[in-house]
Design a protein around this ligand. Structure first.
Ligand code: 5AD
Ligand code: SF4
Length: 444
């Protein structure tokens, strides 16, 4: 008989890098006897992996902690302890403040200290005192994490780069994730091989500035593309400044590199881009996309936008709409500017009224939705190679992704999960496509 599992609940906020980090936290805690559970009720260990990028994200953490505190008290009535850990970027940015605001928190761990979780938790259990670990170098973290993963599906995230030195004036990432740092190629390849051996067919390379990868992202992609079984490679997020010729060329000649590019532009106004310290203009951005499309004409484009940056006038916002019209997006994320304490833009004059931000966001979203629908509708009657990822919501249904990252649903046998099959697209909605398997794949 093995000892009963201790129950571990991890809630992940924010970006894909946090999703990756959460998986790695679960990995390092497995040897300690922790098994994942999908509810915090009664859990022995609760980890909130947090996001600090906008104020809303941060506030969500504090309200969740309020609920966790009650569950912890309830558990204490039965004589059992619940250990509460706050990880991620809120932990890095306001560790001491978290402990002050929510005494139910036992431990605060920044993104570079996850490999120390077992030890930190053990120490917490011993002392039940405060512990704060937020200052470690990224290389120690990755050295200490084993290349072996326990992937749960046929796609996986793989962090290759962390941190950012760009210092966009609105952004907390350079402060929460630290300086740009790239993982050595050999450890990335070892992890990717381990994933491929376990049936992973697609990896998404993650980094706050993934295309600033030292040694060239294109070279890394080339090496990964040679791994047996790994048929699809994606990456995010990229900075327009680091979109070099090599990477653009890679999109033309590496079939495994998927035709989807998330390249945030933030604004279409050169005045605002300058105030954001973005080091590109609307025109240079469009030129970059031209080169990308020359290498890969069917490239699907995605971006991030901020409306209501300090000093943004109607004319600046109109310039953003013009740029969006010029690009034609497959998908995009749009945000209202949120002043983050300690960032230069938070102290700028000309903060934009909330109603104005709301109105601009709504107008931008209408345009982006139209573009997304148009992009999806253009796939109808085409036959796309779809990586089947999992059963669909209805019995007999399968769910997968097109090369352009669109969700695709079709009828078919579960045995196709993990295979890339041709699907004829029959209809399109804003968030997904529906289609039918080619006769060769469909059961007789
Ligand atoms: N306010 C609003 N949006 C922000 N982002 C980053 N910082 C802020 C902020 N202070 C957005 C940017 C970035 C994405 C991850 O989040 O668009 O690309
Ligand atoms: Fe933030 Fe700019 Fe760095 Fe992106 S490039 S993480 S927006 S500072």
């Amino acid at each position: 008989m093995t000892a009963p599992l201790k129950r571990l609940y991890i809630k992940t906020y924010g970006c894909q890098m946090n999703v990756y980090d959460s998986e790695r936290m679960a990995d390092v805690l497995t040897p300690l006897g922790y098994g994942m559970t999908d509810s915090p009720v009664g859990a022995d260990l609760v980890v909130l992996n947090t996001c600090h990028i906008r104020e809303k994200a941060t506030e969500k953490v504090y309200s969740e902690l309020g609920l966790i505190k009650e569950m912890k008290q309830e558990k204490a009535l039965t004589g059992e302890a619940m250990t509460v850990v706050v990880a991620g970027c809120v932990a890095q940015a306001e560790g001491a403040e978290i402990m002050r605001r929510q005494p139910a928190v036992d431990l605060v761990v920044g993104p570079q200290a996850y490999h120390q979780l077992p030890e930190l938790i053990a120490r917490t259990h011993r002392s039940r005192g405060e512990s704060l670990a937020a200052d470690f170098a990224a290389d120690e973290k990755f050295d200490a994490l084993s290349p072996d993963r326990n992937p749960t599906g046929v796609t996986a995230f793989l962090t290759v780069q962390e941190g950012c030195d760009k210092f966009c004036t609105f952004c907390v990432v350079p402060y929460t994730r630290g300086a740009e740092w790239s993982r050595p190629v050999d450890t990335i390849l070892a992890e990717a091989r381990s994933l491929a051996r376990q049936g992973v067919r697609e990896v998404t390379l993650l980094g706050q500035n993934v295309n600033a990868y030292t040694g060239g992202l294109a070279n890394l992609v080339r090496a990964l593309a040679r791994i047996e079984g790994l048929d699809r490679i994606r990456y995010m997020t990229s900075h327009p400044r680091d979109m070099d010729e090599d990477l653009i060329a890679a999109h033309g000649d590496i079939p495994e590199l998927m035709p989807f590019l998330h390249l945030p532009v933030q604004s279409g106004s050169d005045r605002i881009l300058k105030a954001m310290n973005r080091a590109h203009t609307a025109e240079s951005y469009l030129k970059t996309l031209e080169r990308v499309r020359a290498a890969r004409p069917d490239m699907a484009l995605s971006g991030d936008f901020i409306v209501g940056f300090p000093g943004e006038r109607d004319s600046d916002f109109e310039a953003t709409l013009d740029l969006v019209r010029a690009v034609g997006h497959a998908s995009a994320f749009s945000f209202k500017y949120s002043p983050r304490p300690g960032t230069p833009a938070a102290a700028l004059p000309g903060q934009v009224a909330e109603e104005v931000k709301d109105e601009r966001l709504a107008r931008l979203n209408v345009l982006l939705e139209v573009q997304q629908k148009a992009f999806n509708a253009a796939q109808v009657d085409r036959t796309l190679p779809v990586l089947i990822e999992k059963p669909g919501r209805h019995p007999g249904q399968l769910s997968g992704r097109s090369p352009y990252l669109q969700a695709v649903h079709c009828e078919g046998p579960a045995g196709l999960i993990g295979q890339i099959v041709p699907v004829r697209i029959t209809s399109a909605a804003r968030m997904s496509l529906a289609g039918t398997l080619s006769p060769a794949q469909a059961p007789a």
